[in-house]
Design a protein around this ligand. Structure first.
Ligand code: ATP
Length: 313
């Protein structure tokens, strides 16, 4: 039994220093919201399993090898016929990243409900983590998300959903319709303030959170960037400030935050401590380059409490 099962698309990712259209050297890595979460959880000592499809190419090999090296269970990865997707990050001006996707018709977008069913046949996870990104990829991928939510409910797993709206992939209206097909099955809703409107009718953030709790969610967790996060549960509202770090690369902060929150949930921490762990892991992502490369192990969580300039021996 794995602690957390998640599904989605992982891609090759290219990052350079300068403008892409001028050419030059780029570094190749792996990116994907759900695989970032799986890696984050594994580093924190939890078992995680990632369900997805890679192509018959070297980028696909890179994805599988990277996840395996990070301790993520890769036994539910399927090798498809289409190419593995690629995402290109450009640092257009300092602190402002531009993203180009090459993922239409990719192997990752062919993930299906059958892939999810095969993964569940290996055992019931404690948590199933879903994102709006996977819902947006294709009809089969949306079915994979719905199947995962349904099977999670059947086996008593907690369902978490990061709304994770990608306006490059679909419109807000299409997203709203697709998200409505799973939101009633979600226990933990995670979203940025501007994404809550995609899953809750209207009103202030607190009112939207209240609507989601009334509809069956157990926690609504709102990511607020450098302001930290706020969570709403039946027990009340918990606010937790962000950790103070120098922001180097904010991409992947949300996924890191999710890994921290789910880690706290798995450890049975009270809500304030879950949020604090989420903010801590999010801060590690922000303070280092790459989506997941800088994520902490459990022992490293305490590093943010060390006075800058001190040497940790
Ligand atoms: P992304 O989509 O880029 O992954 P997001 O919009 O989903 O990000 P954010 O709200 O930007 O998520 O950030 C997630 C969490 O990361 C925050 O709640 C906070 O804990 C942490 N974080 C983000 N920015 C900073 C920062 N500048 N300093 C410290 N922590 C930060």
């Amino acid at each position: 039994m794995t602690d957390v099962l998640t599904l989605g698309e992982a891609m090759g990712c290219l990052r350079g220093e300068g403008r892409v259209q001028l050419g030059g050297t780029m570094a190749l890595g792996v990116a994907g919201a759900e695989s970032n979460v799986a890696i984050g959880l594994s580093r924190l000592g939890h078992s995680s399993s990632w369900v997805g499809v890679v192509g018959p190419d070297q980028i696909g090999e890179l994805v599988v090898r990277t996840l395996r090296a990070e301790g993520v269970d890769v036994s539910s990865i399927r090798r498809g016929d289409e190419p593995t997707g690629i995402v290109v990050f450009e640092n257009r001006v300092a602190g402002v990243a531009r993203v180009d996707y090459h993922r239409r018709g990719s192997a990752g977008s062919t993930v299906s409900g059958d892939d999810v069913a095969v993964a569940f046949a290996q055992g019931s996870p404690r948590i199933v983590h879903l994102t709006g990104v996977t819902l947006a990829l294709s009809e089969t991928a949306a079915d994979a998300v719905r199947t995962a939510a349904r099977l999670a409910r059947e086996c008593g797993a907690v369902v978490s959903l990061d709304v994770n709206h990608r306006s490059r992939l679909w419109s807000a209206d299409t997203a709203r319709t697709a998200l409505s097909s799973v939101i009633d099955l979600v226990d933990v809703v995670i979203a940025s303030e501007d994404e809550l409107g995609l899953v809750a009718p209207s009103g202030t953030i607190a009112e939207q959170a209240g609507q989601l709790l009334a509809a069956g969610a157990r926690a609504v967790v709102v990511k607020q960037g450098s302001d930290g996060a706020t969570s709403y549960t039946a027990d009340g509202v918990v606010r937790s400030p962000a950790r103070r770090v120098r922001a180097v690369d904010v991409i992947g902060a949300g996924d890191a935050f999710v890994a921290g929150y789910l880690s706290g949930l798995l450890d049975g921490l009270p809500e304030p401590d879950r949020l604090q762990r989420a903010n801590t892991v999010g801060a590690f992502a922000v303070a280092s380059r790459g989506d997941w490369e800088g994520l902490p192990t459990r022992e490293e969580l305490a590093l943010l409490d060390v006075t800058p300039g001190e040497v940790v021996r």
